[in-house]
Design a protein around this ligand. Sequence first.
Ligand SMILES: Nc1ncnc2c1ncn2[C@@H]1O[C@H](COP(=O)(O)OP(=O)(O)OP(=O)(O)O)[C@@H](O)[C@H]1O
Ligand SMILES: [Mg+2]
Length: 239
Amino acid sequence: MSVSLKPILSVSNLITGYGLTSVIKGIDFDVYEGEIVGLVGPNGAGKTTFLETIAGTIKSKAGKIFWRQKCINSLSVMARRKLGIMLVPQEAYIFPMMTVKANLEVTGIFNNHTETKRLMAYVHEIFPVLRTREKQIANTLSGGERKMLAVGMGIISNAKLIMIDEPSIGLAPKLVTKLLENLKKIKEDTGRTLVLAEQNVKILNVADRIYGLEAGEMRFCDKTQNLDETMVAELYMGK
Ligand SMILES: Nc1ncnc2c1ncn2[C@@H]1O[C@H](COP(=O)(O)OP(=O)(O)OP(=O)(O)O)[C@@H](O)[C@H]1O
Ligand SMILES: [Mg+2]
């Protein structure tokens, strides 16, 4: 893996939450170009709140978020999206009344036509079901198919950093393995950077580094190969 020396995303002493409550209590978090970062933590740890704050759907209370060394705290969701930061939310976000094909096409809106075509072919290669069901209305897809469509939309977008909140949720074990392997392939083939919030232990097979979040505080951060898998699974994945 080749990574650049400066992080593309750098979060410093971030505090965020709802109303007067702070859910994320002052955390630091760095992501380097071309890596897969796993964010693990039990239910309620604050993973979704944290990712939503980076995407801009939740406003931070304190701390700084830098994208390529530029502070983006004051930028809107759309401005961050234009920079290349995209979140695939926990509840797979799709346009329910549009076809599978139209969902994918509309997400490529910032790309030129040739690029969208190339990425569409790539998405069909890794998720063949999205080709066979391209004329189907999205809200009639199964939960697993919806998740694949949401991830496919992330790939087809021009996002440089794709954050996926619980990619494995609702998927059968075999599909989880396949999806995570495909995410690794996406990283290798397209140079995208990925942040995956996960509670499935299989994340340890694909992530380059892992951050462990618990009760809104970052408990550890290390290269996956240095981690004690049993400890991570027991303490951060409720296994
Ligand atoms: N809209 C909200 N208003 C108030 N509190 C909220 C809101 N959304 C989440 N919370 C609280 O914030 C805390 C962190 O929730 P969050 O969804 O970020 O955790 P998570 O790590 O993503 O959990 P899970 O693994 O269950 O998805 C929880 O205690 C939750 O109840
Ligand atoms: Mg969550």
